[in-house]
Design a protein around this ligand. Sequence first.
Ligand SMILES: [Zn+2]
Length: 480
Amino acid sequence: MNLAKLKTTITLIMVFLISSLSYSQKDVKSVFFNKLKNKYMFANDIKKYTVTYKFKSVNPWQSYDYKKPEDKNNGYGIYTIEIDSDKKVYFTHDRSQFPGNFVFEFKHFKNNKKAIFYDVNGVISGKKLRNLRKNAFENEKKRAGEVLSFVKVEDLLSGHKRGDDIKMKVNNNNTLVTIIHTTNEKIINTYTFDIKSLKLVTLKSTEDDSVVNYKNYVTENGIEYAKDLTIYKSKKLNAKVSIENFEKTIGISDSKFAVPFGYKLPLTKQTISSKITQITNNIYLINTTNNSRFILLKIIDDQIMVFGAPLSDKISNKVIGLIEDKFPAKSIKYVFVSHPHNDHIGGLVPYVKNGATVIADDYTVEAIKIFPNFKETINLFRFKTIKNRQIIDGVRFYVLENEHSLKQSFAYLSDEEIIYEGDFLEVPADNSIPSHISNVEKQFIEFVREERLKIKRIVQHHRNSNVTVDVMNKYYDMNL
Ligand SMILES: [Zn+2]
């Protein structure tokens, strides 16, 4: 592209702006869109491709230390998505890593026969297969497009072709062009292009209150794309993406559509409603979110100690409702949370409003105090800060410095020989033995062995409410 020519055009347009605004707007816009169309023509030929990118989300409430969400020891994902738009098939390999060396790895695909999701090392769903929805291909293609700068430009060009409302502004020193695209769904996407190279610099969208900065453009085989993306949501740094590989392919190898041996679809697909189940004389279990999380209750005379407050007010209100129905004459004295990750503390407010005191270690208490969701209610919170080995109403709490969260604690109900833990152990519901063990799980198993804790049952917050010592040991030994 000829820069001098473009500059002249734009200068002319500025003059026109004064005399005849609507005419000049139209003219400069069509010149710009023609250039854009020509430059991004290459995108039309990309029907089959593979993209691999690293996605590093910046979330204090899933970090090792909430004060340092950008530290290297926090989680990230490496995702590879293969798309074949001609056949409308895809294959994806998602590998996510979380603090403490938790590795969650999934493969999923849609071909002309099926759409299937499975867990590679079996940490989350064991050997259970899951059928995907009919629109799985469209969803995955959209997901891949989210990280590809030229796909975003294609969206704009399609909008222009359709005749959507598009406004254009050239900035003062003629270096950037801003395009404001209002979609049919009334979403406003604001694109900023470098006027000289026509590279997309920034995309702001009202759809999710996001701003994405595109950096480090590369050109490989005639395809130009930004390698690094910085994503802001609600004005806060949300994630960093870097594209590790992008290339056109001739399609997806059939071998990718094979499900490994031993995996099965469940016989029935059912949603399991929450209920209270008695497991010993004074210990009760509550299952929530379709058996993906568990809450434990200890009855102490006319009071109740609750273990676990996951996710949201909605879930806690439901759980508290079940408790009140079952034990109308008792009150909830305490609620214990293991560490300050949002999925573990997100449901605290209803307990606090109910008069319960929060049991947690000092690090967790400190984090809860500044958790953004509790901004309005934090003055209502009462805390009982626990130290390692502290005993409260017959429950011994262990507070461990560990790799998952600066501090994480678990409860040992010594009379009943039950452990309740948050993210110290992740055995899947079917008790199959995962092929990867995290550092934090190893550390936990070694700790309970050294401590010689007598254990009949480990109640995991996640997915499995009855892990035996035998399964725990097998998990450790098989991953030495
Ligand atoms: Zn966690």
